[in-house]
Design a protein around this ligand. Sequence first.
Ligand SMILES: Nc1ncnc2c1ncn2[C@@H]1O[C@H](COP(=O)(O)OP(=O)(O)O)[C@@H](O)[C@H]1O
Ligand SMILES: [Mg+2]
Length: 370
Amino acid sequence: MSAQGANIPESDSAQLRLQAEVQYAHELDCLAEEDDRQKPPNWKLSPWAVKLYLLGGTLSDGTEITPKYLGNDRLIEIAIATLATDRALLLYGIPGTAKSWVSEHLAAAISGTSQLLIQGTAGTDETALKYGWNYARLLAEGPSDRAIVPSPMLTAMKTGRIARVEELTRIPSEVQDALITILSEKSLPIPETDSSIHAVKGFNVIATANNRDKGVNDLSSALTRRFNTVVLPVPESFEQEVEIVHRRSEQLGRALELPVEVPALDEIRRVVTIFRELRNGVSVDGKTKLKSPSGTLSTAEAISVVSSGMAMSAYYGDGSLKAGDIISSLTGAIVKDPVQDLIVWQEYLQAIVRERDGWKDLYRASRESL
Ligand SMILES: Nc1ncnc2c1ncn2[C@@H]1O[C@H](COP(=O)(O)OP(=O)(O)O)[C@@H](O)[C@H]1O
Ligand SMILES: [Mg+2]
């Protein structure tokens, strides 16, 4: 939490995307000031304050803490409590349910940094989870602590902070196994120097995993046991999803410095309605059965449909979000498979969009964009 990060509005910084601990430094500082509850060893904030940071609220001095996660408060409590135990946290769910987002904010609030991050891919090898070598030093001096290049995991262990592993199930199984020792023994042997690193209190791991990934490597039961799994669901209600999309597209619009009004709630409600109807395979009134497209149509995609629409209206429209501004990104989000999904979308346009009161503008825009 750098002091100079405090109070800087997003648009005053040249950096395209600020990490959570910088963007929300002011909130984190105010929380730390007010927080007199007991903290687990090496935590920057108490579990009470971490929860307030994630779910939002007002401090006694009037400081507004913006909600980061909108949904079931209990899930966030379980996630935070898990990190205070010796089990690691696995955030699991379909794409776009805020797993990475929650992981970043938890690490920022607990450890003051969200940057001890390992991005899991099919090419992730053991050095990414353990350590590598500075070869010049290794050749000159032989294996020594000075020649070791620590992974973010090793740094987190040494400093008692949270390490994040994104997309854990994309990592090959034999590499995943390296985590078992780290999580169960809380230490990492370094045979080359005949030593081992012991984790400092405060160290823990937040991993995220998608359940709809291609090429996933399921976790072994030995590894699963080291984690407490919290499943992040798609937003329960229509109103909740509208609020998430509204809040996030407003924040993104500000960060991108778009010369545009905050998008009209009506347009956001329409995008969310379309997403939910197609996802659920039935119209909101329950009268029309619909086919679902192949993509997940997540809340994250609804956010990006609205924010691309904001860019279109800012630069090529009249600055207020209209059907014509969102139609192309909307079509792009829905039509992932050019044959099957296009049929689904065309049927939806004919059966629902054309017939619904007040939706003629969207139907017209879809005809014009063909
Ligand atoms: N319940 C929610 N509360 C707040 N933001 C959400 C929620 N669901 C989705 N989002 C937003 O969706 C975007 C994508 O989330 P992300 O963490 O990348 O998804 P995942 O890692 O699950 O695929 C983020 O900008 C996040 O703010
Ligand atoms: Mg993610």
